[in-house]
Design a protein around this ligand. Structure first.
Ligand code: GLN
Length: 483
């Protein structure tokens, strides 16, 4: 039963082949048995899951339907869950039980989804390897010596290992797409403003966006349907009707204009990944797509701009963790300054402290113009590049990451080496565009992702292209040995 996708589960539940409670029990047992190898969960919510499963079965018995009614999922541990620990992967929030549900959590619960638990993540979503978590690193089910990507590494490892069919995740600079690529999943970062950020603990507010991680585009469509929509509680939420994403999957790709940026294939990209990306281009050509070379000239400036803007926003967002109102508080503070200093010094890990310092520096009076303002100008240029490109093409295609998943610990001593791996993903966040990563093959037994980007609110187009690709390829069906 653990092999079923969300779409198959929906059919199985509708046909009364099994109940949500049966399925939930199977998956909870599987998590207990296999997760010690992976460390993909921070908290399991068995009691809640069984209650929700029984309630979903009762709703179905009364004739209610819905693709998410009784579907088991998990939430990245930065979505607030009422009465349940919401740690953000940090010692700072180890003792924090959220007083309310994030909009995403509430919407999915209302649709009947069953929450199995909260997944591991990089501390405050800062990272690309899931090694900065206070709860320990997550292992990649494809090779337990390698990282699963980050920051949504727990959600990715759990879904890839078939511990559950899908999970929520968030993407500030690639944290849905990069772990999807590293673990052979399909992951979608929606347009900024498409999914409510209310109750999603903030890292960099102008970049953060929640989205689905699943095995197929079809399942991403189902989960996104339950997550997307206007929310008056989020001032950056956009009041735009939510289309039927599952209905968009079957469009023909005949005449679809795909742009391949020449800058994507420069040095730094593993040539074996380049070859797999070219293969996926050929596959889409067979389905009727027309390929065009395009240029994104400002791409080279995106990493420095992102690594100024994201830490700047983080330094502001994380100032609320002061040891006073909630979260970690140091023992026996001498005075208020000591309380602030030690609570933050002991509660935050090294990477979070590094980002807060970089961000505070970039925002300081003397350096604001030189760093923060400059970075914002680059951000506009990056967006303009995309706007120009989307005048000529419908979709932009390239690698999700320059390399496959690295070995645990390999980049720990050199944070910048990890930052450079974000080169293909962060531009979509800077511009606010939707992006999807889907399986495109393997290098040394490790999965490789191909990334698709589309104009604002064209999530349906991304899912359509990915679904058609998945009807004609079988990379996404491969299962890691041992799971
Ligand atoms: N790797 C990027 C960072 O560390 C992206 C993280 C994310 O998307 N949450 O900032």
């Amino acid at each position: 039963m653990h092999q079923l996708t969300l779409a198959e589960i929906a059919r199985g539940l509708a046909d009364k082949k099994f109940s949500s409670e049966e399925l939930t029990r199977v998956l909870l047992a599987r998590i207990t048995q296999l997760d010690p190898q992976l460390n993909s969960f921070i908290s399991l919510t068995e009691e809640l899951a069984l209650q929700q499963a029984q309630a979903a079965d009762a709703r179905r018995a009364k004739g209610e339907t819905g693709a998410l009614l009784g579907a088991p999922i998990a939430h990245k541990d930065l979505f607030c869950t009422q009465g349940i620990r919401t740690s953000c992967g940090s010692k700072m929030l180890d003792n924090f039980k959220a007083p309310y549900d994030a909009t995403v959590v509430a919407k999915l619960a209302a649709a009947g989804a069953v929450t199995l638990g909260k997944t591991n993540m990089d501390e405050f979503a800062m990272g690309s390897a899931n090694e900065s978590s206070y709860y320990g690193a997550v292992k990649n089910p494809w090779n337990l010596e390698h990282v699963p990507g980050g920051s949504s590494g727990g959600s990715a490892a759990a879904v890839a290992a078939r511990l559950l069919p899908a999970a929520t995740a968030t993407d500030t600079g690639g944290s849905i797409r990069q772990p999807a690529a590293f673990t052979n999943l399909t992951g979608l970062k929606p347009t900024y403003g498409r999914v409510s950020r209310w109750g999603m603990i903030a890292y960099a507010s102008s970049l953060d966006q929640g989205g689905p991680l699943a095995r197929t585009a079809e399942d991403c469509a189902i989960l996104l349907q339950g997550m997307a929509g206007f929310d008056a509680n989020d001032s950056t939420s956009i009041d735009e009707p939510v289309p039927d994403y599952s209905a968009s999957l079957n469009g023909s790709l005949q005449g679809l204009r795909i742009g391949v940026p020449k800058e994507y294939f420069s040095e730094g990209l593993d040539p074996r990944i380049a070859e797999l990306i070219h293969n996926s281009v050929k596959e889409l050509q067979k389905l009727g797509a027309v390929i065009k070379e395009i240029s994104l000239p400002n791409m080279q400036h995106a990493i420095p701009a992102y690594y100024v803007i994201a830490p700047a926003e983080a330094s502001s967002n994380l100032s609320r963790f002061d040891g006073v109102r909630f979260g970690y508080r140091c023992e026996d503070p001498k005075d208020l300054t000591d309380l602030y200093k030690r609570s933050r010094g002991e509660g935050f890990g090294a990477e979070v402290q590094r980002r807060i310092m970089v961000g505070a520096y970039a925002l300081s009076a003397g350096y604001y113009d030189a760093y923060y303002l400059k970075a914002q100008k680059i951000r506009r240029l990056v967006k303009n590049d995309f706007m120009a490109a989307f005048n000529e093409v419908d979709i932009i295609l390239g690698p999700t990451t320059p390399n496959p998943a690295w070995k645990l610990g390999a980049k720990n001593s050199d944070p910048v080496a990890a930052y450079l791996e974000d080169v293909y993903t962060i531009t979509a966040n800077l511009a606010g565009l939707p992006g999807l990563s889907m399986p495109a093959g393997f290098v040394d037994g490790l999965p490789v992702g191909v990334q698709l980007l589309a104009p604002y609110f064209q999530e349906g187009r991304l899912l359509n292209v990915a679904h058609q690709y998945q009807l004609n390829t079988d990379w996404h069906t491969r299962t890691p040995t041992g799971f």
